[in-house]
Design a protein around this ligand. Structure first.
Ligand code: HEC
Length: 107
């Protein structure tokens, strides 16, 4: 009986810290995009992009799956648009940016 409770407590604790890690990742991603992307892209839930051609991040999943974005970030986004600076993110940064952008998507 004791070991059952112990396992239960450990399971609840693990789920809680996974959620906390996810929140932390989202916060880190938000800071990264605010520092590196916000001067052109809308990075919030209701703001407008400062660069007219730059899509709002909350709409990105309408264009393609976030998995594709993850790949693009890993390779350094420089896809055919001159105004878009190359940004090569570390795996931890990519995970954080995807977590943040994922948290913004409305569908
Ligand atoms: C100097 C302005 C600028 C900055 C800074 C910038 N972008 Fe962009 N980005 C653009 C523009 C303009 C477009 C649209 C280009 C087009 O559609 O031809 C774009 C498009 C994109 C797209 C869509 C690409 C596609 O093919 O649809 C993604 C994803 C993206 N940016 C991610 C980012 C991320 C992540 C950052 C920060 C690390 C960032 N951008 C920073 C200007 C910028």
């Amino acid at each position: 009986m004791m070991s059952f409770f112990k396992a239960l407590v450990l399971t609840v604790f693990a789920a809680g810290s996974a959620a906390a890690a996810e929140q932390e990742s989202i916060a880190y991603g938000k800071a990264l995009v605010e520092a590196n992307c916000a001067r052109c892209h809308a990075v919030g839930t209701a703001d407008a992009s400062r660069h007219a051609a730059a899509p709002a991040f909350r709409t990105l999943s309408e264009r393609y799956p976030l998995g594709a974005l993850e790949e693009a970030l890993g390779e350094g986004i420089s896809t055919g648009h001159p105004d878009m600076p190359e940004f090569i993110a570390t795996p931890a940064q990519i995970e954080a940016i995807i977590a943040y952008i994922g948290s913004l998507q409305t569908r």
